[in-house]
Design a protein around this ligand. Structure first.
Ligand code: SF4
Length: 246
């Protein structure tokens, strides 16, 4: 079994954990619904005013642009990708164009955003696989993750943006925000902890799953930052566990 396959399987296993326990209770039983409602409402309100505008944050589903953006964001800061993204879409506007790209050209083009050789090859393989499927991506997690270059996070991005599914885009920043607001926990690896996976899904409402994901990403990047969180101006402060029990 290759390393990549084994990593994917491990993440899928953790991700599919349901009903994880917190001191014997499920997440939904251990978090007060009022606190979840407060979190959603204040985050969405903040996001409407302060959320970042990125060219890949589209109202309608565009799996090509979603996946390209997420792959670029894996290696580079969002502000750098924001400048680069439109150039990429201009040069390779569709799966079809990417499928027939010269690997050496693509590597050269992707150098500024740090995508290394292996990922470039995987990107072309993915485009070819999608073209072979008639340009359509599957709608199930299992099939999505079986495609080259698509792991748990990108599958979640497609499922939440295009199929309105409550799938969290959980990374260390979102985990930090959730952990601080809902209650500190001493976890060895917070990114893949099953409690946080379940909690992050719990806070997504079906109606606003996409916006809440974006809101958490932006809020963690701009307000609840790792080194200098802005507690005094934070709209979540009155109910934040980190502030009441630092
Ligand atoms: S009060 Fe501070 S720790 Fe809590 S969510 Fe706001 S910025 Fe983060």
């Amino acid at each position: 079994m290759s390393n990549e396959t084994s990593k994917k399987q491990k993440r899928r296993r953790i991700f599919s954990t349901s009903g994880s326990q917190s001191g014997g209770k499920s997440v939904s039983a251990s978090i007060h619904p009022e606190k979840v409602r407060f979190f959603r409402a204040h985050l969405l309100k903040w996001f409407k005013k302060m959320g970042r505008q990125f060219p890949w944050r589209l109202r309608e589903c565009n799996t090509y642009q979603i996946i390209i953006a997420e792959l670029l964001l894996q290696r580079t800061r969002a502000s750098v990708v924001a400048d680069f993204f439109n150039d990429f879409i201009k040069k390779y506007p569709s799966w079809q164009d990417l499928a027939f790209a010269e690997q050496a050209d693509l590597e050269e083009f992707l150098k500024p955003v740090g995508l290394w050789k292996r990922r470039t090859a995987a990107l072309i393989s993915l485009a070819r696989a999608v073209v072979t499927r008639g340009g359509e991506l599957p709608a199930s997690r299992e099939e999505l993750e079986s495609l080259p270059a698509i792991g748990q996070y990108i599958a979640n991005a497609v499922l939440t943006m295009c199929h309105n599914r409550r799938e969290p885009l959980l990374d260390v920043n979102m985990a930090r925000l959730l952990e601080r607001f809902f209650g500190p926990r001493n976890l060895a690896d917070i990114r893949y902890d099953s409690y946080l996976q379940e909690l992050s899904r719990e806070v997504l409402s079906r109606r606003s799953a996409k916006e809440l994901n974006w809101a958490m990403i932006d809020f963690a990047a701009l307000v609840c930052t790792a080194r200098s969180p802005s507690h005094t101006s934070c709209p979540l402060a009155t109910q934040c566990s980190f502030v009441s029990h630092p």
